[in-house]
Design a protein around this ligand. Structure first.
Ligand SMILES: O=C(O)c1ccccc1NCC(=O)[C@H](O)[C@H](O)COP(=O)(O)O
Length: 274
């Protein structure tokens, strides 16, 4: 299995370096063959594609992917989340279509324990949000009852992107294929990605530019579920992404810092109705 070269100096590279070390420790505890068996025994994945489809025309507003995010490389600690399950229950009650749970430990203070706690509490599709660079993480996600995994195009070569997307689909899950440039959108389209995100955060520099979604959205293939990722500070940002054709908007920081996350999701969706 080829892995991206972690020693090229960007933030993304250094995150991936740590992700690989942590994964190798988990592999020592639960080898690939055992993880594959656990994945095969998991209950069938929920249909995240159906949950996110058609957000553009949804009379109750754009679909929200609500994120459980404790910390970030760009902002440091974001919120004291005593119960990720309770936060997720608020998200579900507010009408979130999908919940994203960060499981990367070193920079986001996430964990698979957080993921399991959320899984035990809510029944909507869950995104295991991590930096996928090895098939092991895809089996692991399924073994933990994930419905969706993240494939960041910038972190993968073409063969990995194709193979990991195929494996994700074989296991009955969907992938959020994340892009940031026209070239990455073309690479996502070339492997027939079904759900494509444009992250307005540049993962190499951490710069956030909310106008970036609108700049690139026309390059997305017509038949994909379109996701605008990052940078939401207020309902007006969600409305802007929706007006630019997003089916779904992924929101982290603004929700974990909001005192009333359930109401925030209701307000975000309402603001996006045209
Ligand atoms: O959030 C970061 O600082 C970050 C840094 C490096 C790689 C990824 C990063 N975040 C992942 C995400 O893109 C966001 O968690 C997600 O889109 C939500 O963003 P936001 O609403 O701006 O918290």
């Amino acid at each position: 299995m080829t892995r991206p070269n972690p020693v090229t100096g960007t933030v993304l590279d250094s995150i991936i370096d740590g992700v690989i070390q942590d994964m190798d420790a988990r592999k020592a505890d639960t080898p690939l063959a055992r993880m594959q068996q656990l994945a095969a025994e998991a209950s069938p994945a929920r249909d995240a594609h159906a949950a996110l489809l058609g957000g553009r025309d949804n009379p109750v507003g754009v679909n929200i992917i609500a994120e459980v995010k404790r910390s970030s490389p760009s902002a440091g600690p974001l919120a004291q989340i005593d119960s990720p399950a309770e936060l997720a229950a608020q998200y579900e009650a507010g009408g979130a279509a999908v919940i994203s749970v960060l499981t990367e430990q070193r920079r986001f203070n996430g964990s698979l324990q957080d993921f399991d706690a959320v899984r035990a509490r809510v029944d909507i599709p869950l995104l295991r949000k991590d930096f996928t660079v090895d098939e092991y993480q895809i089996y692991e996600a399924r073994a933990h009852d994930a419905d969706l995994v993240l494939l960041i195009v910038a972190a993968l070569d073409d063969a990995q992107l194709r193979d990991y997307l195929a494996l994700t689909h074989e296991l009955g899950m969907n992938a959020l294929v994340e892009t940031h440039t026209v070239e990455e959108i073309e690479r996502a389209a070339a492997v027939d990605s079904k759900i494509v995100g444009i992250n307005v955060r540049n993962l190499k520099t951490l710069e956030v530019d909310t106008s970036h979604y609108g700049t690139l959205a026309d390059q997305l293939p017509d038949n994909v579920v379109r996701v605008a990722e990052s940078g939401v500070k207020a309902a007006s940002d969600v409305a802007m992404y929706a007006s630019q054709g997003a089916d779904a908007v992924l929101v982290g920081e603004a929700l974990v810092k909001h005192g009333e996350p359930k109401q925030a999701i209701v307000d975000f969706r309402q603001a996006s109705r045209s």
